[in-house]
Design a protein around this ligand. Structure first.
Ligand code: ADP
Ligand code: MG
Length: 585
């Protein structure tokens, strides 16, 4: 399971000791009561002093118990808060380490929902265990020993309860767990969609699908509620049986105590003490079912959590990986074949070279694998076959972090975080100085519009702040990439979602960004491509043609076709064809 930190163990041990002390205060109560009754029975010969002392002792036990329990509660709260933190931080840390592939198939909402549920149940469980388990063991043993001292048949009867009761509880656990699993599945689906809906609420509104989304959510939560009916019925039916068994055994216990007391084999004081102990033992027995209940709840509800925690990152650093030492930035793909799954290959023996300091455009129809090539270069995925080298070094032999440090990326969707503009620009380099941030913004054509905001670089953007236009966001993303100052640059349709006016500003910024860097451009406009050093056209997962724009314009290849399409009067058809290449007509 989870390995606790030393600090948590200290709390755990402290709580256990305190619980034992606290249960000591309750466990002596029947004994004191029995003595009091013995004294009272002496009638006129009874000592008032004695009974008062016994009353005072009972009082002291109560007060001690009260104080100890509250100190214990305090440590319990601390333990639970620290445990929550530990579980959540470990989960987040682990998630961040998982490969891109994992996130391709998981809904965000599901991931967060699992965390919340698991953390809650695990900490409930630990709290239940710390508060009850030691107390249960201790007070049970203590009570049984005393009972055995006075009457071993009663002790034996009480002892027989435990294995029977535990066995019955555990027997019903499997069925309960399988219900719980089904229930959790429904909750995960519902909450996954919930988070997705909130994130894309604009789409819902524009298609007027509020009802549909609410319906989806209600349907799945309803299913969970429906599963709850047989689950709870099952559990409580079993509980009635379990308790019936307990009731029958207690019938025997009480009868035995009463009859032996009437016979005079035990004194009334002992009889009272035995009855009180028998009753005290009932409580820990119920605790068993509570403990089993919370154990199975924790097991069922944290299963997904531990499933995720046990996923080994597929694309980890290989043994002996070292930080990359750049001998140059020439990028070579050699016989690279790759598919996101083994059935559908996207790239089939791809070969190409991007010389140091040059700009290379990838051209190919939508879905041909241009973005995939950049994913492989960043090692977000690993090719099934072939090698990728940078400056002669195989990227499989270096650490992922050092590799990604060398590559700046501007995506089609700028994806900024909520926070200030400054924080977003400095995202790639958290220790950047004010001057560096401003210089990057200036080079990205962003300084001007940022300065017009009242709070300038401290303006909050994103969820809780100012909304920026697509072009403004993109220029901040470029400033972010500039500040990273990586020798290799990937521009994946960085201008495709922009209107032509902001595109000019962004284009200028991109030119500055590309200066002196080895750049792979996936362009949205032919005009952008015309100024690159080389064009690589991709078709069916292979390189189709390589050459300068000038050279390729003369062949009959993809680029030449695109050029001629663009030079013709734009018609519906030519536009369609250009669109296939994700190029605006
Ligand atoms: P391009 O950028 O050239 O338009 P992509 O590289 O995005 O193309 O996609 C190439 C192919 O890989 C497409 O068929 C696409 O459906 C598939 N693909 C892209 N991303 C994933 C992914 N994360 N998981 C599975 N398949 C993917
Ligand atoms: Mg793409």
């Amino acid at each position: 399971m989870i390995t606790f930190t030393k600090e948590l163990w200290r709390y755990y041990a402290g709580i256990s000791v305190l619980t034992v002390l606290a249960s000591l205060t309750t466990v002596v109560v029947p004994l004191l009561s029995g003595w009091a009754i013995e004294e009272i029975r002496k009638g006129a010969a009874a000592s008032i002093k004695h009974v008062i002392i016994l009353a005072l002792l009972l009082f002291i036990m109560d007060v001690l118990g009260n104080i100890l329990n509250n100190i214990n509660g305090y440590y319990g709260d601390q333990l639970s808060a620290k445990l929550n933190k530990l579980l959540a931080v470990r989960y987040f840390e682990h998630l961040l380490d998982l490969p891109q592939k994992f996130f391709d198939t998981e809904l965000t909402g599901k991931l967060t929902n699992r965390l919340n549920r698991s953390v809650m149940q695990i900490s409930n469980f630990v709290q239940a265990m710390t508060n009850n388990f030691m107390q249960f063991i201790f007070s049970t043993i203590f009570a049984l020993v005393i009972v055995a001292f006075y009457s071993w048949p009663v002790a034996l009867m009480l002892l027989s309860l435990y294995p029977l009761y535990i066995w019955l509880t555990i027997k019903s656990s499997d069925t309960w767990q399988s219900y719980q699993k089904d229930k959790n599945e429904q909750y995960d689906i519902a909450n996954g969609r919930f988070t997705e809906s909130i994130a894309q609420v604009k789409v819902i509104k524009s298609f007027i699908q509020e009802k549909h989304e609410l319906g989806f959510f209600t349907r799945h939560t309803d299913k969970a509620v429906q599963i709850n009916v047989p689950q709870s019925k099952y559990w409580h039916k079993r509980d009635v049986r379990r308790r019936l068994l307990l009731n029958v055994i207690f019938l025997a216990v009480y009868s035995y105590i009463f009859v032996t007391a009437v016979h005079g084999s035990i004194s009334p004081g002992v009889a009272v003490a035995l009855i009180l102990y028998a009753q005290q033992i009932r409580i820990p027995i119920f605790t068993i079912s509570f403990l089993v209940d919370s154990t199975q709840r924790a097991m069922a509800d944290s299963k997904d959590y531990f499933d995720i925690m046990s996923i080994e990152p597929e694309i980890a650093d290989h043994d002996g990986s070292e930080p990359i030492k750049l001998a140059g930035t020439e990028i070579v793909f050699k016989d690279v074949s790759f598919g996101y799954d083994d059935k559908h290959m996207v790239l089939n023996g791809l070969d190409f070279t991007v010389s140091q300091g040059t700009k290379v455009a990838l051209v190919g129809e939508s879905g041909e694998g241009k973005t995939t090539i950049t994913n492989l270069l960043m090692r977000l995925y690993e090719p099934q076959q072939g090698t990728i080298t940078i400056g002669g070094t195989d990227i499989n032999t270096v650490t992922q972090k050092s590799l990604r440090q060398q590559i700046g990326v501007v995506f089609q969707d700028p994806a900024l975080f909520s926070g200030t503009i400054r924080e977003n620009i400095a995202y790639s380099n958290q220790s950047a100085s004010e001057a560096e941030v401003i210089a990057a913004a200036k080079a990205a054509n962003a300084h001007e519009f940022i300065s017009e905001f009242e709070k300038s670089y401290d303006t909050q953007i994103g969820e809780r702040g100012l909304k920026l236009s697509g072009g403004q966001k993109q220029r901040i993303a470029i400033a972010r990439a500039l500040l990273k100052d990586a020798p290799i640059l990937i521009l994946d349709e960085a201008t495709s979602s922009l209107d032509s006016r902001s595109e000019v500003m962004v284009q200028e910024a991109l030119e500055r960004l590309m200066h002196g860097r080895t750049t792979i451009i996936i362009a949205h406009r032919l005009s952008t491509i015309q100024s690159v050093d080389q064009i690589i056209t991709i078709s069916q997962g292979r390189v189709d043609e390589v050459g300068s724009p000038h050279e390729l314009a003369k062949t009959k290849g993809i680029y030449a076709q695109l050029l001629s399409l663009q030079n013709r009067e734009p018609t519906e058809k030519t536009r369609e064809q250009l669109k296939e290449f994700e190029i605006a007509g």
